[in-house]
Design a protein around this ligand. Structure first.
Ligand code: ATR
Length: 278
C-alpha cells in the first residue's frame, strides 16, 4: 500500500492547532487519504525543518502559522501576488522542480467568512483596525478588495501603524490614530481586533463609543483569545460579534484546494467545530 500524502502545519507553539482535524474532515469529503501533522519548530530551526519536510519526508504542502509567516515568505522561491503585497505566507506548495511557492490566503479567508458565511456586504464600511502586526497586515489589503471605504489603524506603538499605512499606500482612505485617542475618534461600522493581546492573556479597555449602531466586530483569533474582545463588542451593542474560527476554516479550504485541486465544503466542518465548543 502506498503511504498517504504528507502535509503539515508549522508553528511554535502548535500542539493545539485545529488544522489537522480540519484537513482530515475536508479529505473525508473526497475520500482522500492524507497524513497531516503539526511540526513544532522554534524560529532557529524553522527553515531547516521546512526543507527537511519537503525534501526528505515527502511533504506535498504546508500551512505556516505564528511566528513563522514572514520566514516562510522569505524562504520561498516564488510568491503569489497576494503573498507579495503582504510579505508573509500561510501556505507553502512545492513546484515539480522542487521550488517552494509562498501563498497568503488569510485576507481572502477572512473576507469569505464575512461575506459568504455571515452574509455581510463590506462595501462602504468605515473600518477600525486594532493592531498593526502580522495579523493586521495579513488582512488589510483584502478589506479594500472587499470594498471597505476607509481603514483607520490604531496601534499601541504608533510607528507600526504608520508603517502599515505607508505600505498600503492609499493615503486618502487609510488613516492612523493614537491608541490614547480611541475615546474621541468617532465610531466605526467594522472593528477588527488584530492584536495579539488575547493570545498573550492580556486585555485592554476600549470605549463603547467606537461601535457604530450596526457595528460588526471581528476578532482574527478564536477560542479563548477572542473572548475579551467579543464580550466588549456585545456590551457595546455591536450588531455582530464574530471570532476568527470561520476565517481559519476558509484559509484551510484555500490550502486544501491548492494542494488537491478540489474545493471542500467548509460549512459542515465549521458547524462541527462549533458544536464541539471551538
Ligand atoms: P501577530 O502576528 O499576531 O499580529 P505581532 O506581529 O507580534 O503578532 O503583532 C501583535 C500586535 O498586537 C501588535 O500590533 C501589538 O502592538 P505593538 O506593536 O504595540 O506591540 C499588538 N498588541 C499586543 N499586545 C497588546 C496589548 N496588550 N494591547 C494592545 N496591543 C497589543
Amino acid at each position: 500500500m502506498s503511504s498517504p500524502l504528507q502535509f503539515a502545519v508549522f508553528g511554535h507553539p502548535i500542539a493545539h492547532s485545529l488544522s489537522p482535524p480540519i484537513h482530515q474532515a475536508f479529505a473525508r469529503q473526497f475520500g482522500i487519504e492524507l497524513a497531516y501533522r503539526t511540526i513544532d519548530a522554534p524560529p532557529s530551526t524553522f527553515a531547516d525543518a521546512v526543507k527537511h519536510f519537503f525534501d526528505h519526508e515527502g511533504g506535498r504542502g504546508a500551512n505556516v502559522t505564528l511566528p513563522h509567516k514572514a520566514a516562510a515568505f522569505a524562504l520561498a522561491d516564488e510568491h503569489t501576488q497576494a503573498a507579495a503585497r503582504v510579505g508573509t505566507a500561510n501556505v507553502l506548495t512545492r513546484r515539480p522542480d522542487g521550488g517552494l511557492v509562498a501563498h497568503n490566503t488569510d485576507g481572502a479567508g477572512m473576507v469569505r467568512d464575512l461575506t459568504e458565511r455571515h452574509g455581510i456586504d463590506l462595501r462602504g464600511h468605515d473600518t477600525l483596525m486594532l493592531g498593526a502586526g502580522g495579523a493586521a497586515r495579513g488582512v488589510a489589503w483584502s478589506l479594500f478588495d472587499a470594498g471597505v471605504a476607509t481603514l483607520t489603524i490604531v496601534n499601541r506603538t504608533p510607528a507600526a501603524a504608520d508603517a502599515l499605512a505607508d505600505a498600503i499606500g492609499e493615503p486618502a482612505r487609510v488613516h492612523t490614530r493614537y491608541w490614547e485617542e480611541l475615546g474621541n475618534i468617532g465610531s466605526y461600522d467594522l472593528i477588527v481586533n488584530a492584536t495579539s493581546a488575547g493570545t498573550l492573556g492580556q486585555s485592554f479597555t476600549l470605549p463603547f463609543s467606537l461601535a457604530a449602531s450596526r457595528a460588526l466586530c471581528y476578532d482574527l483569533g478564536y477560542g479563548k483569545s477572542a473572548v475579551g474582545f467579543l464580550a466588549w463588542a456585545r456590551a457595546a451593542n455591536a450588531l455582530y460579534a464574530y471570532d476568527g474560527l470561520g476565517m481559519l476554516i476558509e484559509t484551510a479550504a484555500d490550502a486544501f484546494e491548492l494542494w488537491h485541486g478540489k474545493r471542500p465544503d467548509t460549512e459542515p466542518v465549521y458547524q462541527s467545530l462549533r458544536a464541539q465548543g471551538s
